[in-house]
Design a protein around this ligand. Structure first.
Ligand SMILES: [Zn+2]
Length: 243
């Protein structure tokens, strides 16, 4: 019933009529086809699911998770604490952990900017994600900065958080997540003078299984434009993160 397609291109649909209205706040739709972050997300759903489609998905996934528990020797149906667990797990995936895969890309509002060409920074944006390799949680923070040109529109601040949420809420690997957030901002603020994204996160797959090393943290960054070309600008970005 789902039409699975593989697509690799962003489409930015901007209403041209809004572009010239200086007081308007254009809303940009980026089609969410570029969803394939990490191997687990390599096949894409063609567009967001509606509530009824999500219900069907939850029901089917719960059934299969029940079978998975049975294979592991878990008599979940006769355990009062576990008999709803397959449904709970399926709901958590569809509605929370992987919700970025099933919901539309957030509407991105931009605003006119007639005088600012410094760094726009937002730090400590929560990252709640899941590693594609082990389906364990990735928890951390994203720090984002970009430099607009004068007379170039800027992104509504909370939309940076929404972009992080959209791409984090799925099976992902931190490297790709960093690139995806960077490239999206760079696409929206199309003639920017630089974009910087840094993510620091702890990976449960390292802390709770395998090597079992707690307290480790992974840091990734993608910087372009002045953040690469100018030591001063790059240092300012990292100073903003520290302060
Ligand atoms: Zn992992």
């Amino acid at each position: 019933m789902y039409n699975f397609v593989q697509q690799n291109l962003y489409k930015i649909i901007m209403d041209d009529s809004n572009r010239n209205k200086s007081l308007a706040s254009p809303v940009i739709d980026i089609n969410p086809e570029l969803r394939n972050i990490g191997f687990a997300d390599g096949v894409n759903i063609n567009g967001p699911l509606n509530d009824a489609q999500k219900e069907v998905m939850i029901e089917k996934a719960a059934e299969k998770f029940g079978e998975f528990l049975h294979v592991l020797g878990c008599d979940w149906q006769n355990d009062p604490n576990s008999k709803e667990t397959p449904t709970r797990v399926a709901k958590a995936y569809v509605n929370d952990l992987w919700s970025g895969r099933y919901n539309a890309f957030p509407k991105i509002t931009t605003f006119p900017n007639n005088e600012y060409d410094g760094i726009i920074f937002e730090g400590n944006i929560p990252v709640i994600s899941m590693c594609s390799h082990h389906h364990q949680t990735i928890m951390g923070r994203a720090h984002i900065a970009y430099i607009p040109q004068i007379n170039q529109e800027i992104i509504g601040l909370s939309k940076l958080n929404r972009i992080v949420e959209h791409f984090a809420r799925r099976g992902a690997i931190q490297e790709s997540l960093t690139v995806r957030i960077h490239d999206t901002i760079s696409k929206i603020v199309s003639s920017n003078k630089g974009v910087a994204v840094m993510i620091e996160a702890s990976h449960n797959c390292v802390q709770c299984r395998g090597v079992n090393h707690q307290g480790t943290k992974m840091k990734t960054s993608k910087l372009t434009g002045e953040f690469i070309e100018s030591n001063k600008t790059r240092n300012e970005f990292y100073e903003f993160i520290r302060s």
